[in-house]
Design a protein around this ligand. Structure first.
Ligand SMILES: Cc1cc2nc3c(=O)[nH]c(=O)nc-3n(C[C@H](O)[C@H](O)[C@H](O)COP(=O)(O)OP(=O)(O)OC[C@H]3O[C@@H](n4cnc5c(N)ncnc54)[C@H](O)[C@@H]3O)c2cc1C
Length: 297
């Protein structure tokens, strides 16, 4: 659990479950940061597909859902290492020769302190394949999941003075995993800055929860929202995350900093070069951050 700093005294425990709903959408019940680290190789899901039952589906924003699935063994946690994703398979992919199901990666946002289930946040794309399929599942339906070594990403502890996170939309999901570990581990003093790009205020995922985590962190976590399509009042940053915003908020390349990037394809292209390519191009490359400082999730 997060170490309590003096500022926490001003936050009543009733805020922690974060169940204050706005409009018809559910608020993401993130709870306090919780460290529950397990080594790679411990996950209940392995390299064979396993059917998991959808037990709850709630709208978080107009196009994202929080979906809870049962783990295959409902008496123990998922035991996913931090950070890592899992693969989901379902529907029928018309681009495949034999109408095979879609297969796509998703990043659980629940921790291993949760026994018997795991949570995904999934954005439904209007022309999407699996995202549309998942977001239209009914409670009680099952979806196949597996977890392969390739799904294991940068592992906690990160051993840096500062971890910077640049996320777009559902790209915040691996950042939530990392934040649970960073802020929930007693001895951890890492500073964290999250630059989080969304279209409009109402598209920001887990905004309330991130705000509470920031206030509870005693100055360790800074969250900067950057909105690209907000037309109304907004006191924060606007546009896309660019060189100016990175220079304004993130430590320079000479610092002991690592930058985690996760978002849509275009974000990788402009910030660090394509996700599948090693090396750092784009704005971060121009600014001199090296491959040992940039992690493409
Ligand atoms: C490591 C990893 C972890 C991921 N974790 C999550 C997660 O936790 N939650 C989540 O919602 N997604 C996550 N994704 C994205 C997810 O894997 C799928 O790519 C996404 O759900 C779209 O799949 P689809 O089959 O619906 O769309 P596809 O059939 O693959 O694409 C159809 C169309 O949808 C649109 N589209 C698809 N993806 C994007 C995009 N990223 N940006 C803009 N337009 C797009 C485009 O118009 C595209 O032509 C993750 C991706 C990776 C690589």
């Amino acid at each position: 659990m997060m170490r309590l700093r003096p500022i926490l005294l001003s936050i009543t425990p009733s805020i922690l479950p974060l169940t204050i709903a706005t409009s018809s959408f559910s608020t993401f019940p993130l709870g306090p940061p919780t460290s529950s680290i397990v080594p790679p190789g411990s996950c209940q899901l392995d390299e064979t597909w396993k059917a998991c039952k959808l037990t709850s589906s709630k709208s978080l924003t107009q196009d994202t859902k929080l979906l809870t699935f049962s783990t295959p063994d409902t008496t123990s946690p998922l035991n996913l290492p931090t950070c890592a994703c899992i693969l989901a398979s379902g529907g029928e992919d018309p681009t495949s020769d034999s109408a095979a199901p879609y297969v796509r990666p998703y990043t659980p946002v629940s921790t291993n302190s949760l026994s018997g289930s795991f949570d995904l946040i999934v954005k439904e794309y209007p022309t999407g394949g699996l995202s549309k399929y998942i977001c239209n599942m009914n409670v009680g339906d099952t979806l196949d999941f597996k977890h392969i070594p390739f799904n294991v990403k940068r592992q906690y502890p990160f051993n840096r003075t500062h971890v910077a996170m640049i996320a777009g939309g559902t790209g915040v999901t691996p950042m939530i995993q990392a934040l649970h570990a960073l802020l929930g581990s007693d001895e951890d003093e890492t500073k964290v800055t999250l630059l989080y790009g969304s279209r409009r205020k109402e598209d920001i995922i887990a905004r309330d929860a991130l705000e509470v985590w920031e206030r509870m962190s005693g100055g360790r976590l800074k969250v900067v929202h950057v909105l690209s399509e907000e037309e109304g009042d907004w006191g924060g940053e606007r546009g896309h995350i660019d060189k100016g915003i990175i220079q304004k908020y993130l430590p320079g390349k000479e610092q002991d900093v690592e930058i985690f990037v996760c978002g849509p394809e275009g974000m990788y292209g402009s910030l660090c070069g394509p996700r599948g390519e090693e090396g750092v191009d784009g704005i971060l490359g121009e600014m001199g951050y090296g491959p040992d400082q940039v992690v493409k999730f």
